[in-house]
Structure formats: C-alpha cells, structure tokens
Ligand binder design. Structure first.
Ligand code: TXA
Ligand code: MG
Length: 344
C-alpha cells in the first residue's frame, strides 16, 4: 500500500516479501519507520552518512542530538564499541532485549560520526519487539532509529502518528499496530562501574539498582542526554502540570478551566486517576483509570496528539506519583509542559 503522500505502508506478517523489501530499502539508505516495544522508531543504515543526513533533515532534529543504534543481539552491540565493562555486561544480560539504551565508547569507523553527534560515544540497544527484531535480523547492519516524530512533537505510538508527522519525508512505515510500552527506553551511562541515568524511561531506576550500583542523586549539572535539553513532546496548546493532593489538584484545575473558558479557550485535562466527571473541559482523558502507571504510559503520547487534533489551546495534566515508571511519565509530562508546573 502507498499513502497519498508517497510513503509505503508494509504489514510484514500479512505480505509475502515485505520483510525483504524493508531490509533492502534500509540497506540502500532508505528511511523506514517501524514499531519497537517503546515507540515507533525511524530507522536508517547507521553506517551511511547520506541516509543519516536525510534523517536529521526529515525529523528537523538538531545535529547535536545523537541517535540510538539498534541491533539484533548483544554480540552485534559489542562489535560497535571499544570495550564493555562487567557492569555493562550485567545490564545487557538483565535488560536486553528490552528498553535500556547503553552509551558506550564507539569503535572508530563503524557508525557514522553524525549518528553520535561527533561525541565518539554510541547509544545502543537491542529492542524487544518481534517486528523490530525481524527487521534487524534481516537487514544485518546496525540501524540508527530516533523516535519517528518531527523533533519536539510527541513520540509516535502508532503507524498513523508516524504518517501524520513524516509521510512526505520517509520511504515507508511498517505498521505493527499500537506499541506495548508507550514510553521511550531508559538511557544510561556507566562510569567507574556506577550507572547514571541520562534519560528516565521504560526500565525503572529501581530495576537497574537491583542489578548494578546506581548514582541515585546525580549532580545537578551532571551531563544529561543531549535530547533531554531540547523542548520535547509538546502539544500545540499551552500545557501545565498540577501536583498535590487530589482534592486540591481538582479544585485548582477546575478554577483554571473556568477562567480559560471565560476567555473562549478550548481546554483539555489529562487526568491521571480522576474520573472524567471531575472536570468541565472540552475533552477529559483519564490516563490510568485503574491507577496503573504502565497503562498511563501506553496512552500518554496519543492523548497529547488528541489535544492537537481537537485544536486544544489549554491543557492541564494531573501529576502522577514519581515512583517506578512514574518518574519517566512525569519527566515527559513536565517537558511537554515546557516545565510549567504548579504545586497546590
Ligand atoms: O525507546 C527509544 O529509545 C526509542 C526507540 C525508537 O528505540 N528511541 C528514541 O530515540 O527515543 P530518540 O532519538 O527520540 O531519543 C534518544 C535519546 C536522546 O535523548 C539522545 O540524546 C540520547 O538518547 N542519546 C542517544 N545517543 C546518545 C549518546 N551517544 N550519548 C548520550 N545520549 C545519547
Ligand atoms: Mg524522541
């Protein structure tokens, strides 16, 4: 199938030969989006400078923000890097395949310098999604794959999200339905045997701490992933995260909604656990009706995109507990809100 804007849509389990076509397209320097367990990635041959340049352009991504390289096995990851510390081996064994990205010193001449934003360190992961794994095995070369959204937009969790952002700029997308996790991988670096989290994500700090020593209180100026510095995930409307006890959070948001509606703004609430009836807004989306953070993670980005589809101008989000996956969810909410947070 081909969309009106030129991008192909493959369903590799239904179309004979589709996997081969996807692999050939990637090997030839094409841009192909595919599902991983976290979000859809926009894949490109990590050793092909022209293709990598086209990817940065398609995503309108700042060139100082390196890309994660995806490979099928831990052995393929080792082939990209100079050395692997025993703590890094322990992390690979515990979390691969899965949503953990390790930043390691790169072997010269394997991955294009632009993929690493000229840092000589490469972020690597082995994804845990049957389609991603099938593609990586079939293509046989390392694939750089940032989230398949235009930079700054919410990450895509369906093929339709990818096409909304990028249909004119990519060769195609492999449609594997909605992704299971909905929030990106955790990015870590190991220094002198101690793990620092550069970006919170789907593997929680608690799970990492069960495997390796972890820097629990990184210095305020600790080097973060470059991507964490950029504006990200934002809906087009102005968003605010509200933290505090449920009753006060609800009262505060209701008051703000009344003011906004009096000014004629279209409003939305991303409730965490409050029911839809708690608010009078144009749309109210309850992220975790059952109170489970993993369920909220699955629908977060689709909910932010739904605000744009409904031309919402003011978005209020209830904070969630900063435990487990809640740390990553709050990181995304706060950045989507460009750090507009109030505690009530
Ligand atoms: O789950 C994920 O990580 C998804 C899927 C597609 O794998 N990918 C993803 O890629 O979220 P992206 O490009 O949207 O975010 C990658 C993050 C950025 O914050 C980037 O700065 C960081 O990883 N990163 C990548 N390589 C790095 C490196 N060499 N050093 C430091 N940070 C790195
Ligand atoms: Mg991204």
């Amino acid at each position: 199938m081909q969309t009106s804007k030129g991008a192909r849509v493959w369903r590799i389990h239904e179309q004979a030969g589709a996997l081969l076509e996807v692999a050939q397209c990637l090997r030839a320097g094409g841009l192909v989006a595919f599902p991983t367990e976290t979000v859809y990635g926009l894949g490109v041959h990590a050793g092909c400078p022209e293709a990598v340049a086209r990817l940065f352009e398609a995503k309108r991504r700042p060139t100082d923000n390196p890309l994660i390289v995806h490979v099928a096995t831990a052995d393929a990851a080792r082939a990209l890097v100079r050395e692997v510390h025993p703590v890094e081996t322990a992390l690979m064994q515990a979390f691969w395949p899965g949503p953990l990205t390790l930043v390691l010193s790169a072997q010269a001449g394997v991955v294009c310098p632009a993929v690493m934003a000229h840092t000589q360190r490469v972020g690597v992961r082995v994804p845990d999604h049957p389609i991603a794994r099938a593609i990586l095995e079939a293509v046989g070369v390392p694939i750089a794959a940032p989230s398949a959204n235009v930079s700054g937009r919410p990450s895509p969790t369906t093929a339709a999200h990818v096409l909304d952002d990028l249909a004119e700029h990519i060769d195609g997308v492999v449609d594997g339905g909605a992704v299971p996790v909905g929030i990106e991988s955790t990015v870590v670096v190991v220094d002198k045997g101690v793990v620092t989290i550069l970006r919170h994500g789907a593997v929680t700090a608690e799970r990492i701490a069960a495997v390796a020593p972890i820097e629990n209180d990184p210095r305020p100026n600790a080097p973060l992933s470059p991507g964490v510095r950029h504006a990200h995930y934002a809906p087009r409307g102005t968003m605010c995260v509200v933290e505090g006890c449920t009753e006060r959070v609800q009262q505060y948001i209701q008051q703000r909604l009344r003011e906004d509606r009096a000014c004629g703004y279209r409003t939305a609430v991303l409730a965490y656990a409050s029911g839809a009836s708690a608010y009078e807004a144009d749309i109210v989306m309850c992220l975790a009706p059952c109170g489970r953070i993993s369920v909220a993670a699955q629908s977060l980005y689709a909910s932010l995109r739904a605000c744009d589809d409904a031309r919402i101008e003011r978005v209020y989000a209830e904070a969630c507990p900063r435990i487990g996956l809640g740390e990553a969810l709050m990181d995304r909410l706060v950045r989507a809100a460009s750090h507009r947070c109030v505690r009530v």
